[in-house]
Write a protein that binds this ligand. Sequence first.
Ligand SMILES: [Zn+2]
Length: 213
Amino acid sequence: MPKIETKRPEPNSTINKGFLESARVCPSPNHDERPDIDDISLIVIHNISLPPNEFGGDGIDQLFTNTLDRDEHPFYKEIDHLRVSSHLLIRREGEVVQYVPFEKRAWHAGESSYLGRSVCNDFSIGIEMEGTDFEPFTEVQYQTLEQTLTALLKRYPSLSKENITGHEHIAPGRKTDPGPYFRWDSLSDALDVQLPANAKLETDTEIDNDGQR
Ligand SMILES: [Zn+2]
């Protein structure tokens, strides 16, 4: 595939003490220690909107800080017991919010598997795109995501652009985000790599069929 030359915004975000300097910080208590701080090796893309399919409110901050008001929306009664977080949220207008420092383990992936490794929270960074499975993300969200990925790849050499995938790929059948409207092709062009990364080992099926190895 020929490399497509596209003008992209220069990365203007630096990372200091585990925080993206351009981000608004909204600290989440929903995190703990990574088992191996030198093994930050996967980036997981998600989507989220709260209330569902509504943008711009405080619901996501509230979910990640355990302060959802269960009377504010019927759906909140179903989720206010959850203790979840992500490292970053990229909002519709391009604002970046950081909930957990990158060196700590955020609780975004749940039951998951990447190339035969389970518990992806241990070794991954979670990035939420404010959005849904049912409509396009915004241009500025993609630009901000590309800048953010560039900054992360530069700061953490254990990451690589080949190891970027979606929540739906590490938790197939259980999760559907970032969903069909997420443009993996433009992210692939921007980073000059084929994304999303295949989360399933090529040998998975053979092992299943063989039953021995
Ligand atoms: Zn997700």
